[in-house]
Design a protein around this ligand. Structure first.
Ligand code: UD1
Length: 423
């Protein structure tokens, strides 16, 4: 199978306008939530990404009709012939787990292959299962599959959904979806507050769900008998936006980022400003500019509205060129540092100590062949390569394609020199 690589020549200065696409992490649970309603749901601003394709395949495999036209995806979930998330599809994308809650609520039973390991560390699903059990589901693990049944239907409950690392985004999505059709009232305490959950909740409300507390850690859901299909526009991708902001910052650029919700990026904006990167709000986004005098800062990833773990690697790339030492602490996925070794190959000065990385700023990064390991780590390598001297070769670009639509075309339009090659 041919595998794409990126050849990136740097350093460049990015200048111009770039448009952010719809949020992958909002679109995935919302696509899964279409399973809750018989009929055809239409979703706009769905990014054209391989992960979205995997979710489409999953839905088709269980009997839905999925059509994609530009950024619009329709899911006809009139008939669900097989409430099963097959291993062959689920193994390609962990986020497949978010069909669990919707299928259980709609069909009273579901089997989903247990997601396997992944490059950012051990990722258990105990919180998902605990939440569904509290709604009355009987859960068993067999042959690598999670089997959940709710004979007699789900019943509302008071559920504490916190785990060792705080709230869980997709566990909240699963339990929220399941609770919309449960009998009676459900209170989810320690719900994830990420904008992607808020977007899902808004979509569910449009479908007829009764939810209050949206955007807060306490969600109150009054179960309804059925939900109806709707039309919904997915929010802009805050992580794609944050990645472009990092690209502007590291290249001393001046980039207008459109279709960007700055209110979803306050922690990142705060850090950029402390790094001496200017972020000015515009009507539909922001302008990010840097004069090259990058200052060090300390970053700790936390659940929203804290600093997002999905931007940790990209900020590390920028801090590699700051004038001084920074400390990055990962509190969501303590092993999410695969990019450290790769960036070190590009002459970054990094020292990992447990869940911390000490970043000592260097004068310049130098190109090297590097390996993309997971989605955001790979995006960070692209960011670093834009500023690195020489030609950086990034292998395994398919990781980047999971979450960034035509990243090389978008960045090249700003002055980047990125070539995609199949090898
Ligand atoms: C989602 C995002 C991912 C992001 C992450 C954290 C999608 C498709 N993915 O992943 O990009 O990095 O949120 O913002 O939206 N945990 C448990 N038990 C569980 C579930 C989670 O211990 O049952 C732990 C995880 O290992 C992690 C923390 O909770 O330490 C947060 O993970 P979680 O919010 O669940 O991540 P995802 O929803 O899988």
């Amino acid at each position: 199978m041919p595998m794409d690589i990126f050849k990136i020549t740097g350093p460049v200065r990015l200048d111009g306008e770039i448009i952010v696409g719809g949020s992958k992490n909002a679109a995935l649970p919302i696509m899964a939530a279409t399973l809750l309603a018989g009929g055809k749901t239409t979703l706009h601003s769905v990014p054209n990404l391989s992960d979205i394709g995997v979710m489409g395949k999953l839905l088709e495999d269980m009997g839905c009709k999925v059509e994609t036209n530009g950024g619009t995806t329709t899911v006809d979930a009139t008939t669900i012939s097989k409430p099963v998330g097959d291993y062959e599809i689920v193994r390609k994308m962990r986020a497949s787990i978010c069909i669990l809650g919707p299928l259980l609520a709609r069909c009273g039973k579901v089997e989903v292959s247990m997601p396997g390991g992944c490059a950012i560390g051990y990722r258990p699903v105990d919180i998902h299962l605990r939440g569904l059990q509290e709604l009355g589901a009987k859960i068993e693990l067999k042959n690598g599959y999670i089997s959940a049944t709710a004979n007699g239907g789900l019943k509302g409950a008071n559920i504490f959904l916190g785990g060792a690392f705080g709230s869980s985004v997709l566990a909240t999505a699963n339990v929220l979806c399941a609770a919309t059709l449960a009998k009676g009232k459900t209170i989810i305490e320690y719900a994830a507050c990420e904008p992607e959950i808020t977007d899902l909740a808004h979509c569910l409300v449009a479908m007829g769900a009764k939810i209050t507390g949206i955007g807060s850690p306490q969600l109150v859901i009054h179960g309804v008998k059925e939900l109806k299909p709707v039309e919904h526009t997915v929010i802009p991708d805050r992580i794609e936006a944050g990645t472009f902001m990092a690209a502007a910052a590291i290249t001393n650029g001046n980039v207008k980022i459109k279709n960007c919700r700055l209110d979803h990026l306050m922690a990142a904006v705060d850090k950029f400003r402390s790094m001496n990167v200017a972020v000015e709000e515009t009507t539909d986004g922001c302008v990010v500019s840097s004069n090259g005098n990058l200052q060090p800062t300390d970053i700790t990833t936390l659940p929203y509205p804290g600093f997002p773990t999905d931007l940790q690697a990209q900020f590390m790339a920028v801090l590699c060129l700051a004038k001084g030492n920074s400390i990055i602490t990962e509190k969501i996925f303590p092993d999410r540092f695969m990019h450290v070794a790769e960036m070190s190959r590009m002459a970054a000065n990094l020292r990992k100590e447990g869940p911390h990385v000490i970043v000592s700023g260097v004068d310049k990064l130098i190109s090297a062949p590097v390996m993309a390991s997971d989605l955001r780590a790979s995006a960070a390598l692209v960011v670093a390569a834009l500023a690195a001297h020489g030609e950086t070769i990034i292998n395994r670009v398919y990781h980047i394609d999971r979450g960034y639509e035509k990243i090389e075309e978008k960045l090249n339009a700003l002055g980047a020199k990125i070539e995609r090659e199949s090898v």
